[in-house]
Design a protein around this ligand. Structure first.
Ligand code: PLP
Length: 363
């Protein structure tokens, strides 16, 4: 059976060389006589894997020494609670930018915990088709942090630049854009990401936290949510998501072999341009996102007719372009073109889109 082009928003495609390496090492990792899944997380073989994974991620993202890298469980959604629980103690209040569904969930989670949080800006009134315009004076100067979702997976929007929050620490959910291009980590106090979009299988969440953000959790903080405990224990307070971290390490090696994040960005830019240039060149499909907010990872488009959208998704799937249906909350189509999607997959998708438009004229 041939592999398909999987445009899923997550879990999503992994690079074939990574899957091949994992397959080759499945039964016996090195001289260990066992698979990575069966290994004690305290064994020297595993210690080497997690140490290398952290080293490679630091190298790839150019993470400064005064940041901790944590390999955690619970998905990005657990961090929606962990962020306020770890940080709000700094000043007692926090500001959120609501640019889509996940940032809305993060905001609601902080509200649910009873904290003084406000939505400083949103693009909800425009159906989240762009990133809200942000200026420093929108934020409370004594906010413990400003929370943003850097790439909005469902709507296909992304910040064109790092928002300016002045002295207020910036916290970013980068689940769907981490490792897609270089980012200046020093502009952020905290970056977190579920791994299943661009890094590894589901089950791993990476948190990159500046050291001065640690230590504000209350006494009664659940231990598993406390970044300081996790940092002090090298992500080994309990059993970490061992196999996911191993795959993440292989993914980091793969990106480095391509030339790192600068090279990755070029590859991703070309893929996104292929799709957006086509969308801009015709009027059968409409790309609802404003140009300055377009995501390089998640490209959304509609035909304008829900029945045609449905037909498109079904015929695309039959032709080997899987999971191209938009999120259930917005409809239409969404092509997620993360790092592992080859250029060829995007080119073939564009050919399919042209053929579909020709075969299904709008009445
Ligand atoms: C997928 C996603 C999430 C949710 O991640 P889980 O790991 O399923 O909790 C949160 N934020 C963004 C931006 C996402 O893309």
């Amino acid at each position: 059976m041939n592999r398909v082009y999987n445009f899923s928003a997550g879990p999503s495609m992994l690079p074939v060389p990574v899957l091949e390496k994992a397959a080759a090492e499945m039964l016996c990792y090195g001289n260990s006589g066992m698979s990575v899944m069966e290994m004690s997380h305290r064994s020297p073989d595993y210690e080497a894997i997690i140490t290398d994974a952290e080293k490679l991620l630091r190298q790839l993202m150019n993470i400064p020494d005064n940041y901790k890298v944590l390999f955690l469980q619970g998905g990005a959604s657990t961090q929606f609670a962990a962020v306020p629980l770890n940080l709000i103690g700094r000043t007692g209040k926090a500001d959120y930018v609501v640019s889509g569904q996940f940032s809305g969930k993060a905001f609601k989670e902080a509200q649910k915990l009873g904290f003084d949080v406000v939505c400083a800006a949103t693009s909800k009134e425009d159906n989240f088709t762009h990133i809200p315009t942000l200026t420093r004076d929108m934020f409370r100067p004594d906010a413990a942090y400003v929370h943003v979702c850097y790439n909005n997976t469902i709507y296909g929007t992304k910040y064109a630049a790092v928002p300016d929050t002045g002295d207020i620490p910036l916290v970013a959910d980068m689940s769907s854009c981490i490792l897609s291009e270089p980012v200046d980590v020093s502009r952020f106090a905290v970056i977190y990401a579920g791994a299943q979009k661009n890094m590894a299988p589901a089950g791993l969440t990476v948190v990159i936290v500046r050291e001065d953000m640690l230590g504000y959790a209350k006494e009664e903080m659940p231990t598993m949510l406390d970044w300081k405990v996790m940092a002090d224990n090298g992500s080994m307070y309990n059993t970490p998501p061992c196999y996911c971290i191993y795959i993440a390490k292989l993914v980091y090696e793969w990106i480095l072999s391509l030339g790192g994040l600068e090279a990755m960005e070029k590859i991703n830019r070309k893929k996104a341009d292929t799709l957006y240039n086509y969308l801009d060149s015709q009027n059968y499909y409409v790309a609802p996102v404003l140009k300055d907010s377009r995501s390089m990872m998640n490209v959304t488009f509609v035909t304008g007719d829900p029945d045609l959208d449905k037909k498109f998704a079904a015929e695309a799937s039959a032709a080997g372009f899987k999971n191209i249906k938009g999120h259930r909350s917005v409809g239409g189509m969404r092509a997620s073109i993360y790092n592992a999607m080859p250029q060829e997959g995007v080119e073939k998708l564009v050919e399919f889109m042209k053929a579909f438009a020709a075969a299904n004229p709008k009445t």
